[in-house]
Design a protein around this ligand. Structure first.
Ligand SMILES: *Cc1c(COP(=O)(O)O)cnc(C)c1O
Length: 469
């Protein structure tokens, strides 16, 4: 399997080649040259597999330059009960009215980013060892992604992580989660600024090509294809758990931000998995909902991006959306390049000519959820089935509830556990959430973090002094 760029100007490359890169050299995103197909017979053969074995099967279709026994060893090391709290890795629980929860938040950081990041924590060291090199991962985080990356890479050979966070601006739970890691290859850097300033420092240093290659800087951001590939697995798992036989359909509802999670669902559907609808849920930052309603894609400037009570979905532009548009326009890279040029010059583009295809051909539906919806949904799910959900998952349940069809299970992706957002839960239910088992003492553990001024020079010096050689 080779990978090409959505903008058409990259020589086809293997999985291991694109693994360690960010954007393609032409500014596009790597996509598989063709979408592998999975037959109904194969799906039935996969029905009894444990999660790690299913992951090896699905990933082997996208990863053809790593031996299949190596891949199987890596998925066993990523998806087991020492890392995930559930025997099933991804449990499926019934809610009401035909809705179910697909439990993607049983990993070390209590959010779905662990599903992909744990695989990266296996495949990065493997490929780096084969190539006799090392990598220093540089990133900025306001919470979820940074901690998932650190937990996946801690103690791993050939990889170090430099994670910038905004000093004093994360929740005490999030701080404790990241800063309590004592592994020598994990560097927590709290900069005295806001998240956007931390992000600007990362962009500046990654854009300094001499510095980047001298210190072998890399990233694990949401456009990384290996993350998309690893997420495809749980759509197959969800379908296998919610159906009894060939051809039965299910729908998925996905709390969305950067369009990474639901893109994996789109690929699973293109592979032949019988998915009826992919229901995209946004919060008040509804750039994607607007696109699926009108065909017009209008990313918002930062001052029109609201800080909401489902903060991991507070995005203004959806970094993975280009991969879907590539399929939508018939995989025509010159068309994609022209659309993104238009986005650069006019700030928007219009694909309303494809409106009938959004649902008809690709199964997409979309809806918005507000702060009030989130609180009401958390209460309803608690009252009707005694299950506590987090604010992001609540956005998913809210939007899913108006798209359920009789006889078709609706699987809502649980993207985080409520303990991470206890203030919102308290607002909804009038009581706090106890930390999950194993996390009771988290906030009293010793913390390891260096505070730096919010300044490129200071971060540059720090990296130079601490990188792997
Ligand atoms: C990252 C995240 C999302 C959004 O996922 P995308 O892949 O960016 O669409 C939703 N909920 C939670 C809790 C997240 O951490």
């Amino acid at each position: 399997m080779n990978y090409i760029s959505t903008r058409g100007q990259m020589q086809p490359q293997g999985f291991s080649d694109i693994l360690l890169e960010g954007l393609a050299p032409d500014g596009g995103l790597a996509v598989p040259e063709s979408i592998p197909q999975v037959s109904a017979d194969t799906l039935e053969r996969w029905r009894a597999l444990p999660y790690h074995a299913l992951a090896a099967e699905v990933l082997s279709l996208f990863v053809t330059d790593i031996a299949s026994d190596d891949l199987a060893r890596m998925t066993r090391a990523a998806y087991n009960t020492e890392v995930f709290r559930s025997e099933d890795i991804v449990p499926v629980r019934a809610l009401y009215d035909g809705m179910y929860l697909l439990g993607l938040s049983e990993g070390p950081t209590l959010a779905f980013k662990d599903m992909a990041m744990q695989f990266l924590g296996q495949v990065f060291p493997h490929v780096l060892r084969k190539r006799a090199t090392t990598l220093n991962i540089l990133g900025a985080t306001s919470g979820d992604t940074g901690s998932a990356a650190e937990y996946a890479m801690r103690g791993k050979e050939g990889v170090a992580v430099f994670m910038l966070s905004p000093h004093g601006r994360m929740s005490s739970f999030q701080r404790a989660q990241m800063y309590s890691l004592q592994d020598a290859n994990i560097h927590n850097i709290a900069v005295t600024g806001v998240f956007d300033e931390a992000q600007d420092i990362v962009k500046a240093l990654s854009g300094d090509l001499a510095f980047k290659s001298r210190y072998r800087l890399g990233a694990v951001n949401s456009i990384n294809w290996a993350r998309i590939a690893a997420q495809i697995v749980y759509y197959f798992h969800g379908w296998l758990r919610a159906t009894r036989g060939p051809g039965e359909q299910v729908s998925f509802a996905v709390p969305s931000g950067n369009f990474g999670n639901i893109l994996s669902g789109h690929i699973a559907r293109m592979m032949g998995l019988p998915i009826r609808r992919l229901v995209l849920a946004t919060n008040e930052n509804n750039v994607l909902e607007e696109f699926f309603r009108t065909g017009s894609y209008r990313p918002r400037p930062a001052d029109q991006t609201y800080a909401t009570s489902s903060p991991s979905m507070d995005i203004s532009r959806a970094s993975n959306f280009e991969r879907f548009v590539f399929d939508l326009v018939g995989r025509d890279p010159s068309r994609v390049a022209a659309l993104w040029a238009e986005l650069g010059s006019r700030g928007s583009f219009d694909l309303s000519a494809y409106l009938p295809d959004f649902e008809g051909k690709y199964g997409f539906q979309a809806g918005v959820s507000s702060h009030e919806d989130r609180l009401a949904t958390i209460r309803t799910v608690m009252d009707r089935c005694g299950v506590l959900i987090d604010p992001h998952t609540a956005d998913g349940v809210k939007v899913a509830s108006s798209h359920v069809e009789p006889g078709i299970p609706m699987l809502v992706l649980e993207t985080a556990l409520p303990a991470k957002f206890s203030d919102v839960i308290e607002e909804a239910l009038g009581r706090a959430v106890p930390p999950p088992p194993g996390f009771e003492d988290l906030e009293s553990l010793p913390q390891r973090v260096d505070v730096l001024p919010c300044d490129i020079g200071a971060v540059r010096d720090y990296i130079a002094r601490h990188v792997l050689v």
